[in-house]
Ligand binder design. Structure first.
Ligand code: PHE
Length: 356
């Protein structure tokens, strides 16, 4: 009797399972159905578990029936699962639309740093004037940064350029320094060019751009890291007039024909005579402000290359003369764009950088 019950229960389970599946329309309901009919606690599992206790002749029939019911229910479950998936996809396709009129995310556009822009403009202007760019190193020896430029060891003029010394072991009187100016490049350049023809070195007209480092008290016009553009022209018969004309012309090309400039006598160990080159301050209109001080902004030093320096570069000062200058491109950019503090350049503040 009990055995007949098992078979009946199995048949009923199959019937009920098939019937109730027809009404299922969601994946959650299908999951519940699956637990109910194919889970751990169903007529099918019970039938399998009871097999051992049944009389031997009934076992095949009960086992086969349980198996048949299980296979049948699994088959309809698979069909239903596929059908539900298809319906939900069709629904999504019909109802969800892709709004292609929505504006895209803006791409942030990069740009060149104002200092780089200024340098490139200066390369262009100097290029028109016949100067070629010569690259020189940022880490120097004391010998090149000072000694070969006529600053002997212990010379008071070294105080003009507060220096970062690099720890590099015991190097006696020739420590390693972060270059304090681009002028040591003059020696590298002259040596390279004079080596090509030591008896008759070629004339040169060069600019040497790059970073310089000083242990400075920073303020609106001083930073511990700044660019310079060194200029160097060496040849037979070069005069101070050529220097004045070159820098005055540069100022006119950069700021227009009306710009006022001035040369002030000064001192550098590696030029003789020496001068400082000022441009009227556009930030205050020449009245005087925190950037310029007195209405004029010094944008560089200059002078005639000292005979010792020419000699150190392999040029005979009896036959060659030359002029040199060292400009501050960031000072020029400040005048150009109305930037009232040099410290903005390397602060990386987007509000500043995005204006260029
Ligand atoms: N090297 C000098 C400085 O940094 C500037 C300079 C360059 C002066 C060339 C004269 C000639 O202060």
């Amino acid at each position: 009797m009990a055995d007949i019950d098992v078979l009946q229960q199995l048949e009923q389970t199959q019937q009920k399972g098939l019937n109730s599946l027809a009404g299922i329309a969601s994946e959650e309901a299908l999951l519940a159905w699956r637990t109910q009919y194919l889970g751990k606690n169903t007529a099918i599992t019970q039938a399998f578990q009871s097999l051992g206790k049944l009389p031997a002749e009934l076992r095949p029939q009960v086992g086969q029936t349980a198996n048949k019911v299980k296979v049948a229910l699994e088959a309809v479950l698979a069909e239903k699962t596929a059908a539900l998936k298809e319906t939900s996809l069709a629904h999504a396709l019909a109802t969800e639309t892709l709004d292609i009129t929505l504006p895209g995310r803006p791409l942030v556009q990069g740009r060149l740093h104002p200092d780089t822009q200024m340098l490139r403009e200066l390369y262009r202007v100097f290029g028109e004037m016949g100067f070629q760019v010569y690259r020189s190193r940022e880490v120097e020896t004391d010998e090149f940064n000072f000694q070969l430029l006529n600053f002997p060891i212990g010379h008071p003029a070294r105080d003009m350029q507060d220096t970062y010394f690099v720890e590099a072991g015991e190097r006696g009187t020739n420590p390693i320094v972060m270059r304090t100016h681009t002028s040591p490049g003059q020696i590298h350049a002259m040596r390279e060019f004079s080596a090509t023809n030591p008896q008759n070195p070629p004339s040169v007209r060069l600019i040497l751009p790059g970073m310089c480092y000083r242990y400075e008290q920073t303020d609106a016009r001083h930073e511990t890291q700044f660019d310079q553009i060194e200029g160097l022209a060496v040849g037979p018969g070069i005069t101070f007039s050529n220097l004045k004309a070159t820098l005055s012309d540069l100022a006119r090309r950069l700021f227009g024909q009306q710009v006022r400039t001035r040369f002030r006598a000064s001192f550098f160990p590696f030029t003789e005579p020496s001068a400082e080159f000022d441009v009227e301050c556009f930030l205050c209109g020449g009245k005087g402000c925190p950037v310029c001080g007195g209405g004029w902004l010094e944008i560089g030093g200059c002078g005639m290359v000292h005979p010792n320096v020419l000699r150190n570069g392999g040029y005979d000062p009896e036959r060659y003369t030359g002029f040199a200058f060292g400009l501050g491109p960031q000072r020029i950019a400040m005048l150009r764009y109305g930037i009232n503090d040099i410290r903005y350049f390397w602060e990386n503040d987007m509000r500043f950088l995005e204006q260029f």
